[in-house]
Design a protein around this ligand. Structure first.
Ligand SMILES: [Zn+2]
Length: 536
């Protein structure tokens, strides 16, 4: 396939724009003026007049869980619910249309930060009992760090007042020791089996819909942590390899692989890692680890108390010894690492580990701190010195800017989520969404980084506005920055000859539009590997 795009505003790099682009079989051959592009017109299978529209490299999501998003399509969606009452109402409405209620109901997406009326606390078993006491119900929060269940679900898994607590987890109980139905971090595993998950065929069906949504948002690549999160890793790899062979994988997929014990990681290294068939389209990525929790549940690990919760410094979900052993094994096998760290103590612990295990100074395996939110200036300097990548999700500001107002003091808030300072210090940075924690809307991510407002426009001047990015920098983080994270910055993330023909044509000029309107822009055409996969 040979395609010529002309009469366009093509973003080449900061301050550099072209009018036309020509691609052959997935590779960009020419970027330049409409005049010079005439030479390619006769040989092209298709010539697209872009009507002066803006063309940028396709977005590359630094971290998300597309198969989990797919799985959640069969769940009751609680995202954006503004009260416990609304959660109950949504649950009742979902139950009324379920085909097989006897299997139980899974819900997802609740977030206390979005509550505007009633009690501002996580729902508990007694709230969910208002939906049903007949069928088991489990409901996970948007950040995937807490699961609440109803009384029937506790009965199904046999969890009682006398059941023990769980290492690395929190189980909420009332003053009499009676469990309230809230299971955080590792304790979630106790109650989730009360409702069986959909099978792989159902998830694959949902994944096909998710890929269409990704294309509409202008994505051409996802770095995806599904292996070890959704179903078994073997099922996930089988599905991905088969879809790649059938050419039904509509966006490029880069694996992030969760392994939390040494034997599983050894088996992965000896098996899939050594022998799996990968290329630039379905590519093999890093080991994925977890160190702490979230801002929403005050479980991110800090070196100080949470300002509004004295005595609480958050949660270490995996010991440093365990992470060190896993990291050492990964690095000895040339495997990059990306680890979930939100609090500054978690990030410090992880950076200590990276310093110990890297095969040479300078972070040659490009180990990544995922999320990397609550930072101090010395920690920013240290990450910059060690050349450690920060994989950030600016859309998190939509809810976190509200939570952080009371949870950290001004000094700490100022150096947290400080994208501009981090970039100026030299920290490599990539962008993403961590979906299903947030939606996949790529333009909302750019909007968040550029305006630092929530999606309703609050605060009008932006949250620590000194940290706002210009649009070109934000687009770069989400394209070439994300490509660097996967060692592909020499061929992905720019619209230049020798790079992949992965691009999207935007409905409006992202570089000149009023910043508040960036979130309303959509892709009108998305090309992956030279193939037009989506056209409005
Ligand atoms: Zn995640």
């Amino acid at each position: 396939m040979k395609t010529l795009l002309k009469n366009a505003k093509i973003y080449v790099e900061k301050g550099v724009y072209a009018q036309a682009l020509y691609q052959e079989d997935g590779w960009i051959k020419f970027v330049g003026s409409d005049e010079d592009a005439k030479a390619f017109e006769a040989g092209a299978d298709r010539v697209i007049d872009c009507g002066k529209k803006t063309v940028i490299p396709g977005f590359n999501n630094n971290h998300s869980h597309p198969l989990m998003v797919a799985e959640f399509k069969s769940y009751c969606d609680l995202y954006g619910a503004e009260s416990i009452d609304e959660i109950v109402e949504r649950g009742k409405a979902f139950l009324a249309q379920m085909e097989h209620p006897e299997r139980g109901m899974r819900c997802t997406g609740w977030n206390v930060n979005f509550f505007t009326s009633g009690e501002k606390r996580p729902p508990n078993r007694y709230d969910l009992d208002r939906i049903s006491t007949e069928i088991p119900i489990v409901a996970q929060d948007a950040a995937e760090h807490e699961t609440v269940c109803n009384s029937k679900a506790m009965e199904v898994v046999g969890f009682t007042k006398d059941s023990p607590d769980v290492d690395g987890g929190v189980i909420w109980r009332d003053e009499n020791g009676e469990p309230l139905g809230n299971f955080a971090e590792n304790a979630q595993a106790v109650v989730k089996p009360a409702v069986p998950v959909p099978d792989m065929a159902d998830i694959e069906k949902g994944f096909r819909e998710v890929m269409q949504e990704l294309l509409k948002c202008g994505y051409t690549s996802v770095q995806a942590n599904d292996a070890g999160i959704t179903k078994t890793p073997a099922e996930v790899y089988e599905c991905l390899h088969r879809m790649r062979r059938e050419d039904s994988l509509l966006v490029r997929y880069h694996t992030q692989n969760c392994y939390e014990n040494m034997n599983d990681l050894k088996a992965y290294i000896a098996g899939e890692y050594a022998h799996g068939v990968y290329d630039d389209y379905l590519s093999r990525g890093p080991l994925k680890l977890f160190k702490d929790g979230t801002i929403g549940s005050r479980s991110a690990l800090l070196d100080r108390d949470w300002a509004d919760d004295p005595g609480n410094r958050g949660q270490s979900v995996n010991s440093n010894e365990k992470l060190l052993a896993l990291s050492k094994l990964a690095q000895e096998n040339g495997m990059q690492i990306i680890c979930h760290c939100i609090g500054n103590q978690a990030i410090t612990d992880l950076v200590d580990i990276y310093e110990q295990v890297q095969p040479a100074p300078g972070n040659p395996l490009r180990n990544v701190v995922n999320h990397c939110q609550l930072m101090t200036m010395p920690l920013i300097d240290r990450m910059a010195d060690l050349n450690i990548t920060a994989a950030v999700q600016p859309i998190f500001l939509n809810s976190d800017l509200h939570a952080l107002a009371t949870r950290v003091d001004d000094d700490f808030g100022r150096t947290s989520n400080a994208y501009r300072t981090m970039l100026e210090k030299g920290i490599p940075m990539s962008f993403g969404t961590d979906s299903p924690v947030e939606g996949y809307d790529a333009l909302a991510v750019i909007y968040s980084a550029v305006t630092r407002k929530d999606l309703k426009g609050y605060p009008p001047e932006g949250y620590y506005p000194g940290e706002c990015l210009d649009v070109e920098t934000a687009v770069d983080c989400f394209t070439i920055g994300s490509a660097y994270q996967q060692f592909m910055e020499d061929r992905k993330g720019r619209l230049k000859p020798g790079f992949f023909a992965d691009l999207c044509v935007l409905s409006e000029d992202i570089f000149t539009v009023e910043p508040d309107r960036i979130k309303d822009i959509v892709s009108v055409l998305t090309m992956v590997d030279g193939k037009i996969r989506y056209e409005a």
